[in-house]
Design a protein around this ligand. Sequence first.
Ligand code: CP
Length: 321
Amino acid sequence: MRHLLAVEDLSREQAERILERAESFAEVGRRDIKKVPTLRGRTIISLFYESSTRTSSSFELAAKRLSADLVSIKAVGSAVDKGESLKDTTSTLSAYDPAAIVIRAPQAGAAKLVAGWTDASVINAGDGKHEHPSQALLDVYTLRGRLGSLEGTRIWIVGDVSHSRVARSCLLAFKLMGAEVTLCGPPTLIPRGIADATGVAVRYDLDELAEADVVYALRMQRERMSESFVPSLREYAARYQIDERRLGPRQLLMHPGPVNRGVELAPEVIDSPQSLITAQVESGLVVRMAILYELLAGSDRARPDRGPAPAETPPRIGQPA
Ligand code: CP
């Protein structure tokens, strides 16, 4: 695997390999010295054109725990402010011969473009409304930690599906792992034709929410809305907010964060024992370590013209840095 651009491109075998690797990295996180030398001497560039707390911090920490050299760039305060294009920024950063570029950008397809302009492995950390593959992998990892398997698990993804890259990546990843996915939200926030295109069920109200094993609530992406898709947030919350009345005692609750408290989720369910929101953040670190490992040190990492891949030496997960 050279890049991680979209769940759409992932085979189940590739996903399984990343998830198994993440389990082995969980052990590293329990040590006093939470660091292994796997990527010593390799450079990773984190390039975020959109705001982020979870994805940027976990990729940066993952790179550090693998002993890589990390350069972290946010659009604000960089040459992007002076009008530098994505292509020129990629060329500039590629001059440092990075092993990987992690990119978040507001344009769908930005990560794929960057992959065409650099020799580095590219990881899509969210491109507009398109995909957020590492989020989907960490969500699968989190659920498998609770349920063992997703085979036959009924997962409802509730909220602003139209503007959500998380919804797109998650529905593909959940289906890849054998789950039954239902999308639910106002008709204005569910893409037309998505049921036929992806094989998921669609509901426009929460009347049958009790059938779900997992309720995955989405953030209202107001920054991506150019018009009004719901009459008001108050009305949206009245019809679609997950609260303790709607969340059954055996149902698990997920949300990618950041949460709009009191909009898509009521405060009491965010902090309930059924909530996996903190577990999702914890999973983000080990899954992103596993993604970096898979792309930069994994067994099928091809490095034409660049000498042998580190994978040709035995993996060194177990040794302290
Ligand atoms: N879930 C997610 O992508 O969160 P951040 O925007 O904080 O990275």
